[in-house]
Design a protein around this ligand. Sequence first.
Ligand code: FAD
Ligand code: S2G
Ligand code: ZN
Length: 470
Amino acid sequence: VEVINTFTHIVGEPYVLIGSGLEDYTTDWRKRTLGKALAVVLPGNTQEVAKVVKVCIAHNIPIVPQGGNTGLVLGGIPDNSGRQLILSLKRLHHIRNIDVANACITVEAGCTLISIQVAAKKAQWFFPLSMGSEGSCTIGGNLATNAGGTQVLRYGTTRDLCLGLEIVTPQGEVLDDLSALRKDNTGYDLRHLLIGSEGTLGIITAASLKLFPLPKTKSHVWLALTDTHLVLDLLVIARQRLGTYLSAFEVMNTFSLKLVRKHYPEIAIPLLSDGKDYPWYVLLEVSDTTTITNLQPVLQAFLEDTLKDSIVSDIAIAQNLQQSQHFWKIRESIPLAQSREGLNVKHDIALPSAQIPIFVTQTDLLLSKEFRDIRIVNYGHWGDGNLHYNIQCPEGTDPKTFLAEYETNINQMVYAQVAKYRGSISAEHGIGGLKRRALQGYKSPVALAMMRTIKKALDPKNILNPGRVL
Ligand code: FAD
Ligand code: S2G
Ligand code: ZN
């Protein structure tokens, strides 16, 4: 009780939550797991974060930093010991500065991704990071997980968009490393050590981010294809012919779209009607940031050739902004349809693009033989070699029981296939608590030893997010 009073003294009574009704903080977005927190504390600024950390050090209270709680690998929710403190960054949601001359925006960690996109746009600039959770995920969480999303093909991951960080260290010190510099070689790059560290090496309280020119024209094309090899051919030709115009290349299998149709019947899906559907669909986005553009003729010629050469079987082109948004709505409804269908075994994997077809053919076969009637939802950012290769239990069976019984060996089979093609078992969601064991099996022992040394050196009391990543 005494420590709760100390927190209250630092952040104010309304910002220390204890007892029941904390599920929004203690359950993960997928509703897989319910943790139990000592309390939820919501500091109002960086100094308060630092003070809370110092109290936790003095009382040996482990801290789980949390942003929007949209993470998918149990990295941001407490275990069920009731001893861990959730330190929510939600109240640090101010846009600190937009520096147009330096094409840089400085924001606090609790800003939602969408609020940063909107602030940049208002200043006639573009902050490109974008993903289905952008309405509630925070830039602190995006940085901590080095989130990817749908614009990585052209703009890179969150790591590539960050110029500097302000963090609170595991000792409760404030490191102000915010910067608008594009070049700064003064010792180890601590920013890049922190990005992707999932709350285990420091608490991100603010970040300076790159701003980009606003796209002046965008076009969206929905394509139907009959084979994964053709999907990859399309990606290669798109890269060659569309160059830097190409800003997204999202792939979806039929079943992922049929799930959307089942749970969201009001969403019309182009080129998918009963009796006439295709195995694969691609949502392709091109955009141009210059004022005078020849984007349309380039796109037109590209599409004509892909039809003429029978790479694609059919095409639907968005005629206006509303249709473009509709294409994205279909794509972003897949994870929502999946969670309506029930808990599923998720694999957020990356492969060298050229190996995707053989991986898909072999792994589909392997799994379908071993686990009869499973339904494979295969979609995602193939432009980055990143597949969301998710397994839904057989129709009519109970998802929880299915996961309890089969998740581990499905993971093992999929990850063995990923390792065979020198892929990654976590492309963008991170390791968190969910993939910690899998990481031990797939990361080189030398790499794991170096990570442990870094963790021990920076956080010797293991106060930040213990049990996550390592
Ligand atoms: P949280 O869930 O609150 O935390 C995530 C991790 O970061 C935890 O380990 C936590 O401890 C740590 N953390 C959070 N804030 C801080 C901080 N300020 N300092 C230090 N550590 C911190 N992810 C993608 O990469 N690409 C996608 O396309 C994508 N699509 C999604 C679609 C849906 C519908 C959903 C639900 C999720 C999706 N995600 C995606 C996953 C998730 O949105 C991202 O991982 C996101 O970056 C998490 O941000 P958050 O603020 O919700 O973090
Ligand atoms: C996406 C969401 C999570 C999943 O939609 O791009 O990152 O795998 C995923 O369902
Ligand atoms: Zn994704």
